[in-house]
Design a protein around this ligand. Structure first.
Ligand code: SF4
Length: 616
């Protein structure tokens, strides 16, 4: 029984906090975190709701392995209807906040309504109260965390907060915990801002918060899991030493690194923003960008990057608050802030990443939107008069300026804060938005890696690499090698990845474990932690159930098979260089087969038989 079996329901309109028992029927069908919170959400809101209205709900959810000794068992998710996409939004974060929430005695926090004034929720062992946050409105994430810790005289309080981006309804605003860990995608921070909820502060010390079903078996399973992570080349060596940035040069050489708003697939500056560059001493101050690696709660991989900027860099030379060590660029952020807009100044990328953490906005969607704006500028659609400054591809100065404006909600930053779909539509060039369902692509070109193109098109939360990471078979050969340009077998492989990912995202574990772990490593940990039957088959069926539940929500919200698509550039403009030269996405070949293996109609709707089989 690794659940606390407690749900905290916070009505922000009325200012009330009430406790209710966890729906254990649903917990046995959806496990926790992503799956369980999605079940609550779709059962409680109208799918057609305006995401930024009080009628939308916002759920913070832990998994049954959150806060346990399982390696990487510190995750939590935030589930809501996303303002960037109008689709289901589920963003997953690490750090220490999730485990603290579990130790305080809660599986789920459900926020409903909207507060008439800014508040934050203070959660301690079995207790919760709303606290006036009027003085915190307008403050950054970093200032908010410091203020709350000082106000309660407790440096061990864990804080998840929005910055000014969430307050200003930046449509890809994030919720940031532990200063630089984020529920980053799809605009969950904007929903929090729309509710006048500045932060959730948690302190938990309960040793009886949950009980493992079989502690001895759990100890054995988690120990075996840790040994497997240590013995694996990716999780035992590559990620600790280089972080996810280990991929920068690999993906570039493969010809799948989207560059300058996907005009190109290889970036001449990739080496300068790579993991290797982060370790090299700078000629300017003789120090390296990378200080050390970092780990989330319970993690034995430690892929996190901690960086310190050159204090003489133009972006921070007069700003001492950025001279200390903080969260450095991971691969997706380095790509979005760098290659996507042609900027190869690692220090400028690090500064922009600091701002994303400090004021809470997603570096992927932000960087990709800057890339779209730079293409509009290159074409003469945007001008210096509109933007307020010159914005050519490759300008580190423009990146820094627009990051500051997006953080503060001023000037052209307000337009960048709406994301590339709305930006490109406003200026009459919607085809230049590199998005699916309104969410910007991450760091892999859908022409260079055919399976990733299909993964983007079919992701329930818009373009995303973390819903079905086809990079594993297409680049790393995990669990088997699939050629990047092949299409055969990829729809079925993607379905398997999507379903397994839904299981991991519902457990409390980090998806990066799956570089080393298969279902046979994960299943014994869940089985030993949770009461009931958690066989591998049952878990995969649960993953499929979650995927179809999300799909059903999206269809009811008004999305259709037309939204399972890619921008015309990926379908029609061949990759110009590299090993994938000449490739365009073969989405049209793969999508009908994907619908078939999913048990959906040719219109992408789950059949009655599929729904009955899964119970959705
Ligand atoms: S692998 Fe990285 S992201 Fe995942 S839990 Fe560990 S440190 Fe956090």
């Amino acid at each position: 029984m690794a659940w606390t079996k407690n749900v905290l329901r916070v009505n922000l309109t009325a200012g009330t906090c009430t406790t209710e028992p966890l729906n254990m029927t649903w917990a046995r069908e959806y496990l926790g975190q992503r799956g369980l919170a999605t079940k609550y959400l779709v059962s409680e809101i109208d799918p057609a709701v305006d995401p930024l209205s009080p009628d939308n709900k916002l759920i913070f959810a832990t998994g049954p392995l959150t806060g346990t000794m399982a390696a990487t068992g510190g995750r939590y998710s935030v589930i809501t209807k996303g303002p960037l996409t109008g689709a289901i939004a589920c963003s997953n974060s690490g750090g220490y906040f999730g485990a603290e929430l579990k130790f305080a005695g809660w599986d789920l926090l459900i926020f409903e309504g909207a507060s008439p004034k800014p508040v934050y929720l203070l959660v301690t062992d079995g207790r919760a109260e709303l606290v006036d946050a009027t003085d915190l409105w307008g403050k950054t994430v970093w200032e908010t965390e410091e203020h709350i810790k000082k106000a309660h005289l407790d440096p061990q309080i864990r804080v998840a907060a929005i910055g000014r981006a969430g307050e200003n309804r930046v449509l890809y605003a994030a919720i940031v915990n532990d200063l630089h860990r984020a529920a980053g995608r799809s605009g969950v921070g904007a929903v929090m801002g729309s509710k006048n909820l500045k932060a959730v502060a948690v302190r938990g010390t309960r040793t009886d918060a949950y009980r493992l079903a079989d502690p001895e078996a759990f100890f054995a399973a988690t120990e075996a899991g840790k040994k497997a992570l240590a013995a694996n080349g990716v999780t035992g060596q590559g990620l600790p030493a280089f972080g996810t940035q280990v991929l920068m040069n690999v993906i570039n050489e493969l010809g799948a690194l989207p560059t300058r708003n996907h005009r190109e697939v290889q970036f001449e500056g990739a080496q300068a923003i790579s993991a290797e560059a982060m370790k090299q001493k700078r000629p300017t101050d003789g120090k390296a960008n990378l200080v050390t690696n970092g780990a989330c709660f319970g993690c034995t991989i430690a892929c996190g990057r901690i960086s310190r900027m050159d204090p003489g860099h133009f972006s921070v030379k007069d700003k001492p608050r950025y001279h200390g060590a903080s969260g450095g660029v991971e691969y997706e952020a380095a790509w979005a802030l760098g290659a996507a807009n042609g900027v190869s100044d690692l220090e400028a990328l690090t500064y922009a990443n600091f701002l994303c953490n400090e004021d809470g906005f997603d570096p992927i969607s932000f960087g990709a939107t800057v890339g779209a704006a730079m293409e509009l500028y290159d074409l003469g659609v945007l001008t210096k008069e509109i933007v307020g400054f010159e914005m050519p591809f490759g300008s580190a100065e423009a990146l820094v300026k627009v990051a500051e404006l997006t953080a503060s909600g001023e000037g052209f930053g307000q337009e960048i804060g709406l994301g590339s779909k709305r930006l490109c539509a406003k200026y009459g060039r919607p085809e230049l938005s590199m998005t699916v369902k309104g969410q910007e692509f991450p760091a892999y070109d859908g022409r260079g890696l055919q399976g990733m193109g299909l993964a983007y098109a079919t992701s329930n939360r818009g373009a995303c690499h973390l819903r079905g990471y086809m990079v594993s078979p297409e680049v790393l050969g995990i669990p088997e090698k699939m050629e990047p340009q092949a299409t055969e077998g990829k729809p079925a492989m993607l379905k398997a990845f999507q379903d397994l990912t839904a299981v991991v995202d519902s457990s409390g574990l980090c998806i990066f474990t799956t570089f080393a772990w298969g279902l046979s490593d994960i299943q014994p940990q869940i089985q030993a932690a949770c009461e009931g039957d958690w066989s591998g088959d049952r878990l995969l069926t649960m993953g499929e159930r979650i995927w179809n539940l999300e799909r059903g929500f999206n269809l009811a919200a008004g999305l259709t098979c037309k939204d399972d698509n890619l921008p015309p550039r990926l379908l029609n403009e061949p990759a110009p260089t590299g090993p994938q030269k000449g490739a365009v996405s073969k989405l049209g070949e793969m999508l009908p087969e994907y619908y078939r293996v999913r048990g959906w109609t040719t219109e992408g709707v789950p059949t009655a038989e599929t729904r009955a089989r899964l119970g959705v």
